[in-house]
Design a protein around this ligand. Structure first.
Ligand SMILES: C[S@@+](CC[C@H](N)C(=O)[O-])C[C@H]1O[C@@H](n2cnc3c(N)ncnc32)[C@H](O)[C@@H]1O
Length: 359
């Protein structure tokens, strides 16, 4: 199959990609190798995670590699001596990945053309990246088993409408969890994905520790450390909960509620985020995001939009900075959130939010 290509620069890597009309949104299945320039931030994140967690001799699997963009960037932009496997079952991708490795003279890279689950059943890797079209559910168990003890798995999901409650039954089938369409459904969706990963890990006596889990554009990404052992699995399962709502109040607790089961613990690891050092050539957008994630890491779960608190207590939505400042002045924790630019997280109870808004 012949198709027109072009070479683009991303980070320190030159990537030959199909020349196709770019579409916004999630990838669509086609025989052409898939490349979405809008997913650059996701690949930038892969590079800084690899820079932060890997050391010489570590093994990396870019399991659904397409053009090889992500795995190649890890191989070239982290200074460590890594063994990077780039896998895609599409033979056209295999040829393109081979050319991209040669073009960049990338050391330590190998290409495979297999079904990802078959590769995951045999190999062991310190970093496993799974970036599918749509839901990752069919690869999650394999990824949990193939990640070394203390290694990291990075799982992307682009079926955000399902996880956010637009297709409730599909969410129950895929994730065995009840979603809920709300102003804060993106946080619930991310927590449903994490809850699914946690249960898949536990089935094989493994636990997870979320390092950086986030929502961006049309996708969710969960980057977690995997730890072996039945005790780790048990303590991971204790972090699952359900959503309960009472008026504007909301909380995540173990008893069955209106949505769940879902991850009820932290999804951003403050110490990990503090240890990240971004390369100087990274886009400003990534440093702004990192700053926001670091801020959010200190916050309690769930958030309120300025619109919903205004509907409840006052007529006009308050300025975000004003409400965050006023809550902090009263001694509460209050931060922005990466989920929405018009929302805040706080440990203040709903009555206190109302009182502060009215003054
Ligand atoms: C969304 S694309 C990956 C994009 C890539 N990670 C990037 O950063 O540009 C998904 C890829 O998975 C491949 N794929 C789908 N199912 C697979 C399977 N079961 N085993 C191996 N590859 C598969 C497809 O051929 C496609 O190239």
């Amino acid at each position: 199959m012949s198709f027109e290509t072009e070479v683009i620069n991303e980070g320190l890597t030159k990537i030959e990609v199909p020349r196709v009309e770019r579409l916004r949104g999630p990838g669509r299945k086609s025989r052409l190798p898939f490349f979405n320039p809008l997913m650059r931030t996701n690949r930038d994140v892969s590079v800084f995670v690899a820079l932060t967690v890997l050391s010489d001799g570590d093994k990396v699997l870019d399991g659904l590699a397409a053009t090889g963009a992500s795995g190649l960037r890890i191989a070239l932009e982290t200074k460590n001596e890594l063994a990077v496997t780039l896998n895609d079952r599409n033979p056209i991708c295999h040829d393109l990945i081979t050319r991209n490795i040669e073009r960049n003279r990338a050391k330590g890279c190998s290409v495979t053309c297999e079904d990802l689950n078959s590769l995951l059943s045999r190999g062991r890797f310190n970093l496993v990246d799974v970036d599918p079209f749509g839901t990752p559910v069919q690869f999650v168990e394999g990824a949990m088993r193939a990640t070394t003890n203390g290694g990291v798995a990075a799982i992307t999901a682009t079926d955000t409408a399902v996880l956010c409650g637009s297709r409730r039954r599909a969410c129950m089938r895929r994730y065995s969890s009840r979603p809920r369409r709300t102003d804060y459904c993106h946080e619930l969706g991310l927590r449903i994905l994490l809850g699914y990963i946690a249960r898949a890990a536990a089935r094989f006596d493994r636990g997870i520790e979320p390092l950086l889990c986030f929502s961006a554009d049309h996708y969710f990404r969960a980057i977690v450390r995997v730890r072996r052992g039945a005790r780790r699995a048990d303590s991971t399962l204790e972090k699952l909960g359900n959503l309960h709502v009472h008026g504007l109040g909301r909380e995540l607790i173990p008893e069955k509620g209106v949505a769940g089961p879902l991850w009820a613990d932290a999804f951003l690891d403050a110490a990990f985020l503090e240890s990240v050092k971004l390369p100087s050539y990274f886009p400003h957008k990534v440093s702004k995001l990192l700053e926001l994630w670091r801020e959010e890491a200190s916050s309690p779960p769930l958030f309120y939009t300025t619109g919903e608190v205004a509907r409840e207590f006052v007529s006009e939505p308050p300025a975000l900075d004003r409400i965050i400042g006023a809550l902090r002045d009263e001694g509460f924790v209050a931060t922005r959130t990466h989920f929405r630019p018009d929302a805040f997280k706080t440990n203040a109870d709903v009555e206190s939010i109302g009182r502060i808004l009215r003054t």
